[in-house]
Design a protein around this ligand. Structure first.
Ligand code: PLP
Length: 448
């Protein structure tokens, strides 16, 4: 079984490896990148993103949609869009703006998510995206009214919450109670309600119920169930479906004892499964889609932060860095995790260094004990000025963090592509904290 350090070194190797004991993503020494762009920063590998998207698409033999919320960076989305191997799944009009700016054509975009406002629905209709994946019967009616008012038609996917309580170990892929989607029991009613509106074109069904899935068999069973739900929907509609969106949720092995999701095994099983359904006339011309966020981009990002202080606290070595939970909420265990577990982390300045036996407590600069990457990180000889890399940081990093917390400057975003380092977004400055704020006028004083 791979240790966290093994995983970190394997990932580092894919970014470009090391030279003279130093990490060289895209062949460029990390110290030079840090000098040029300042710390902290997120660094993405263009090649790793492109390779992963292609491999997923080839292995599944279906269409793939990138869940923009995993990494809404414009250049990252552009890279994926330009490959023409993936579409986009968006969950807000901001993400729709990014997807369009990145070059995803409207017919490759689906819009999911609870709580879409009228403005968001209007924008989706205006853009002519392939499907709005509606999350409630009420949303069906609102979307129909909006499209009608605009004199337009709009594609609709019905987001269904399956009734079957399919279980993997420690996870449930149906029968859940939450704000997402519509109960399978209501399928007939919502299909009929959708069909009753001339402004709505029923594209098909969408099911997304679980994330961080590693088990192939339960996931295949889940997909079979989705195919059955789709056939039922086609029966109610009295015509073939144009889309089945299987969700996805393939896991990324961030933590110890987690191993890679078996993409090849799942792909083989899925292709076999699909072969059994593909010829069904109710699925004639149907698009099959997996929407994936973290699985496409998590491994292609590293968060780099500089050690500002090192100290011994009652015999424990603490290294304190210039970025933490404010920039990377998920890696500090603050996004819904019950137990704090550490991501794969390396001292990028001393790749040949040997970690001490007790490990290092690695903390960020935010004044709360929650701001910690881990208590026992096998970090080689941390010294002030060293650069530390938190791997698996390409998804749910920058945009999933509370960048304003503690008012530190925001991190830069960089991308290596063909040996060049591209600045995608500069790091912030302390003065940025005032941006967009209105000061009180001179007269703004309480009388008395
Ligand atoms: C967030 C989300 C995803 C992506 O989840 P990952 O775990 O990043 O793959 C896919 N579909 C929908 C509807 C989502 O909300």
């Amino acid at each position: 079984m791979l240790t966290q350090t093994d995983k970190a070194f394997a990932l580092a190797e894919r970014f470009g490896g090391e030279a003279d004991g130093e990490f060289i993503p895209g062949g460029v020494p990390i110290s030079r990148i840090a000098e040029r762009h300042g710390t902290p920063f997120y660094l993405y590998s263009g090649e790793m993103i492109v390779d992963r998207v292609r491999r997923v698409r080839e292995t599944l033999g279906t269409e793939v949609s990138f869940s923009v919320k995993a990494n809404p960076n414009l250049a990252v989305c552009q890279l994926i869009a330009r490959q023409h191997e993936a579409g986009a799944e968006v969950a807000s009009s901001g993400e729709l703006v990014v997807a369009r700016a990145a070059g995803f054509p409207p017919e490759e975009i689906v819009f999911a998510g609870p709580g879409k406002t009228d403005d968001e629905l209007r924008r989706a209709v205006e853009e002519g995206i392939f499907a709005v994946n509606v999350e409630s019967p009420n949303e069906v009616e609102r979307l129909a009214a909006i499209a009608e008012e605009m004199g337009r038609t709009v594609g609709v996917g019905l987001r269904i919450n399956p009734s079957a309580q399919l279980m993997g170990s420690g996870m449930r892929m149906g029968g859940t109670v939450g704000q997402f989607g519509m109960d399978q029991e209501d399928l007939e009613t919502v299909v009929r309600r959708t069909a009753a509106h001339k402004s709505l074109i029923l594209r098909g069904v969408h099911v997304y119920t679980a994330t961080q899935v590693f088990e192939v068999e339960p996931l295949l069973e889940h997909c079979r169930n989705i195919l059955e739900i789709a056939l039922e929907a086609a029966d109610h509609a009295g015509r073939p479906l144009e889309m089945i969106d299987f969700g996805g949720g393939f896991g990324v092995p961030y933590f110890e004892k987690m191993q890679e999701f078996d993409l090849e095994g799942f792909g083989a099983g899925f292709r076999e499964l699909l072969a059994a359904y593909r010829e069904d006339p109710r699925l004639a011309g149907c698009r099959f889609i997996f929407e994936l966020g973290r699985y496409l981009v998590a491994d292609a990002g590293v968060y780099v932060t500089r050690v500002v202080d090192v100290k011994e606290v009652r015999g424990k070595t603490f290294a304190v860095t210039d970025g933490g939970m404010n920039h990377h909420l998920t890696a500090t265990g603050n996004m819904g995790q019950v137990f704090r577990k550490a991501y794969p982390i390396l001292n990028l300045t001393r790749m040949e260094g040997v970690p001490g036996e007790d490990g290092v407590a690695l903390a960020g600069p935010c004044c709360t004990p929650l701001d910690k990457f881990g208590d026992n990180i096998p970090l080689a000889e941390p010294r002030v000025g060293d650069l530390v890399g938190v791997f698996y940081s390409g998804a749910y990093g920058y945009s999933a963090s509370n960048l304003g917390f503690l008012s530190h400057p925001s991190p830069a975003e960089l991308l290596t592509l063909e040996g060049e380092v591209h600045g995608l977004r500069p790091g912030g400055r302390p003065e940025d904290v005032l941006d967009g704020q209105e000061a009180l006028p001179d007269s703004g004083r309480v009388a008395g």
